[in-house]
Design a protein around this ligand. Sequence first.
Ligand SMILES: Nc1ncnc2c1ncn2[C@@H]1O[C@H](COP(=O)(O)OP(=O)(O)O)[C@@H](O)[C@H]1O
Ligand SMILES: [Mg+2]
Length: 318
Amino acid sequence: MNAKAFWGILQTERTFRPIEDWRITSISVGSVSPNVYRLRNGPEDYYVKEINEGERKSLLVLAAIRSKLTPPIIFPDLISRRILVSPYLGPCLRQKAKLELQLFREYARMQNMLNDPGVRENLRRTHGYKWSDKDNGWFSRGYAKGISGCLPWIIRFKQRYKLHELDMWVKAFSFMAGNARLIAREYSGMPFARLHGDFREDNVVGKPQRLADWCSSYERSINGHGPFMSDVGLYLARDERVKRAFIRASNICRKADARTIDRWIWLASCIPLWGKANMLIPDNGRMELSVATVRRFVRKHTWICRVVLSHRGRPVGM
Ligand SMILES: Nc1ncnc2c1ncn2[C@@H]1O[C@H](COP(=O)(O)OP(=O)(O)O)[C@@H](O)[C@H]1O
Ligand SMILES: [Mg+2]
């Protein structure tokens, strides 16, 4: 929407009239969204964002189940008009900051609620909520192709940059390319649940931590649903405490045995490694990053290659 429409809609809420009383600063931390602002007036301090259709749907559903996973919504009526107003919860986390265990518990609770047949039926009637419990080929086909397409790139990177740090990447991607269809099939066969789609430090704010930015939720999944561990797999692979907290809170995990859970974590670590590789691969085909940049990036994520290459959780036959 254009600026005039945005500010016009916001001012339908009395609090924001006259808008001249408000101190407005633009927020643009890696911003994809067009209108994201902090609005301050005396003690009032708000985060205001123009939301897309996917985020609108997600927020309505999360509000309906009173999920504490997201920052509170201050003016629910504005959501249907594509504007989110939340309390301003301070800047997002620093890269190294640790995610709190409660965040994973709240995430699991959100999935539990939205997988509950009664809750779903209610949401279907009141919000026309649609969901998918199975892959329609979106995950299995797309991911298999994506994973195998990465290997030639990693090899080209090795030839161009000659970094010994890339050896582990070549190994991991050779392995994944050789098993791409199996990985994609197993991954997309995991139980489905509601996803966020962009679960990372950049989208976490406040104390207690809250997960913001639900605009990817519909894009990277089928109606917001997908393999239930895909958002959190890497965090579970990296930290035993997170793993335990999530497993205890997740209804899907509670019904599964330890081996199956390890297999899901393994699968949900393979896919993000492919995502990391994609961040390195240039759109224009030219490898112009400096050696130092590539080295830093590769080193930072090599631990994921180790997870992929380890035997813990790896499905039989791979
Ligand atoms: N309630 C909030 N209070 C303060 N900052 C927030 C809040 N919600 C999100 N943010 C910050 O604003 C940034 C941009 O918002 P986000 O919803 O992630 O938009 P985008 O779609 O542009 O990534 C986020 O990285 C986060 O740091
Ligand atoms: Mg964001």
